[in-house]
Design a protein around this ligand. Structure first.
Ligand SMILES: *[C@@H]1O[C@H](CO)[C@@H](O)[C@H](O)[C@H]1NC(C)=O
Length: 214
């Protein structure tokens, strides 16, 4: 009985700490979703389907305001999650945000995952299709649009043919890593990729933690 009381007290303390922190998460955010949308659209207007140049435009624009927070080396790694496969360039990662270019030159399809962060998915090239159980028609996100998937929501998604997006997540990032890694253990067994991803993510997270006011 005493054990249960102590356990309940610990759970209550942790939950209220999480709740408190949660209401202050905003303070830690360094990116603005509408700004990211604006520079993505600028990049598309300037460079069309030359996606390499669109991405360069985005990264160089962000470098003028956020240089110290960015990983500007193009360290592409495969990512397998929720049955979908693509590649990503981790431009920024912290405890509360990440910014990546994600996509595939050949297209992909899978489970979105159910996440602890809001996810802004700006389509830089191609089209993304999503759906929820009960829909008979897909939601369609063309080039230049943003698919905002709120915390806790879930979709099946498809990036038909060549499709790339700027993905910006804000909320609690560490729990999302489990989803990002699960397919390595249950399917791909691609440990060199797991290692590269961990090195880049870890370096970004620790570097940005040092820069933050936490
Ligand atoms: C990119 O290519 C697609 C498919 O060919 C085309 O519909 C779209 O208009 C192109 N986008 C731009 C910005 O040129």
């Amino acid at each position: 009985m005493r054990f249960l009381t102590i356990l309940a007290a610990i759970v209550a303390a942790i939950s209220s700490a999480m709740y408190m922190l949660d209401s202050h998460l905003e303070k830690f955010y360094i990116f603005d979703p509408s700004e990211l949308h604006k520079i993505s659209q600028e990049g598309i207007a300037l460079h069309g389907n030359d996606t390499r140049s669109v991405v360069s435009h985005i990264v160089s624009s962000l470098s003028t305001t956020h240089a110290k927070y960015l990983n500007i080396d193009e360290e592409w790694v495969f990512n397998n999650a929720g049955g979908a496969m693509g590649a990503m360039w981790i431009i920024h990662a912290s405890i509360t945000e990440y910014l990546i270019v994600f996509g595939s030159a050949v297209g992909t399809e899978g489970h979105s995952g159910r996440h602890t962060a809001d996810d802004y998915f700006t389509i830089l090239r191609g089209t993304q299709y999503t759906y929820r159980p009960g829909q008979y028609e897909p939601d369609v996100y063309p080039q230049g649009s943003v698919n905002l998937m709120k915390r806790g929501e879930v979709r099946q998604y498809m990036m038909r043919d060549t499709c790339f997006a700027l993905e910006y997540a804000r909320g609690w990032i560490p729990p999302m890593l489990f989803f990002g890694y699960a397919d390595t253990f249950t399917s791909t067994l691609d440990f060199p990729t797991l290692w590269r991803t961990t090195v880049v993510t870890g370096r970004q997270m620790l570097g940005n933690l040092a820069l933050s006011k936490l």
